[in-house]
Write a protein that binds this ligand. Structure first.
Ligand code: G3P
Ligand code: CA
Length: 316
């Protein structure tokens, strides 16, 4: 009898806890325990994006996840770089002055030093820090594996397949490369390492569909959406379709400030909402990046944000 009553009380308490979590606005969505801080390219307001310094600082500043944009080298290695080309964030022009070329990429002509034209050994000769500040001279481009080595056990990782169609056309199976690295590190299943949650992301619905539907990936997945694709994807009707290959939507923040009802549509479909990108460098006079993140998280009701300023994340 006592056992039964204790059991009943436990069930009631659990139900109340769940209710409080929902009413309190904490995200009950796959991959998130509450309002979630993703360090965008690391703490990239303060250190070169995707550098060891940026990742380490992001964790010191309390990031729940540290983001990796991924590209593929000529010899099939995943590296943490945002751009398809190397010249914005490295000194490749000085080291390999004759290696730029023009290629058709994502429907346009792109001239530059393409990541896919360089081996990992070549890329690791580059200085990926001086462009940001001379004090970071000598920073290296990190491989995905090196990023995991830095972060595992201390924060989550949030890898993005960048331009998977481009790399597919070059003969690389980018989704397989990503999952192979995760598997090698024991991170390919939800909860495999509770200290290192993993969330996958892409702007490519095809890439995400392939992972969820063909590869049967069970890790949480975020579908990124640009301003240009807002009306194509972010309707109430299409949320159920997105749910077949993703666990959350990742709209540009202007989409949500312009059409806040999208948050409710996503939540009703069981999708979390994660906006990008919040940075101190693009705030209007009188507003801080903390103010902006607070409005999105606690007034507009989004579940997570990508920010270059993890130290400004408002926990409440
Ligand atoms: O992945 C979220 C956000 O980083 C998307 O923008 O261009 O910085 O990868 P981008
Ligand atoms: Ca990204």
């Amino acid at each position: 009898m006592v056992t039964t009553r204790i059991g009943s009380i436990a069930i009631v308490v659990s139900a109340l806890t769940l209710l409080a979590v929902s009413v309190g606005g904490q995200a009950p969505f796959k991959g998130y325990k509450g309002k979630t801080l993703i360090a965008h390219r690391g703490a990239s307001s303060y250190a070169p994006e995707h550098s060891e310094a940026a990742y380490t600082l992001a964790m010191a500043q309390g990031a729940d996840y540290v983001e990796q944009d991924l590209q593929v080298t000529k010899d099939g290695q995943l590296v943490c770089l945002h751009d398809l080309t190397l010249e914005r964030t490295t000194n490749v022009k000085d080291v390999f002055p004759s290696r730029a070329r023009t290629l058709k990429r994502e429907g346009r002509e792109l001239t530059g030093w393409h990541v896919s034209d360089f081996t990992l050994a070549e890329i690791q000769q580059l200085d990926a820090g001086s462009w940001f500040d001379p004090k970071f001279k000598g920073a290296k481009v990190l491989t995905f594996q090196q990023a995991i080595n830095l972060i595992k056990g201390k924060a989550g990782i949030y890898p993005e397949t960048k331009a998977p169609e481009v790399y597919g056309s070059l003969g690389f199976d980018m989704e397989r490369l990503v999952m192979d690295v995760l598997k090698k590190n024991g991170l390919d299943k939800p909860g495999a390492d509770p200290k290192t949650p993993v969330f996958l992301q892409s702007f490519s619905a095809d890439s995400l569909e392939k992972m969820r539907q063909s590869m049967k990936v069970t890790l949480p997945i975020l579908f990124l959406v640009t301003d240009a694709d807002r009306d194509l994807w972010l309707t109430r009707e299409r949320m159920t379709e997105i749910k077949t290959f993703a666990d959350g939507i990742g709209p540009a923040k202007g989409i949500i400030s312009g059409k806040p009802e999208i948050v409710g549509w996503a939540h009703d479909a069981g999708l979390s909402v994660t906006c990008y990108t919040f940075k101190s460098s693009d705030q209007p006079a009188g507003q801080t990046v903390r103010d902006e993140m607070r409005r999105f998280l606690f007034t507009l009701g989004v579940d997570a944000v990508f920010t270059n300023n993890p130290d400004e994340f408002p926990r409440k």
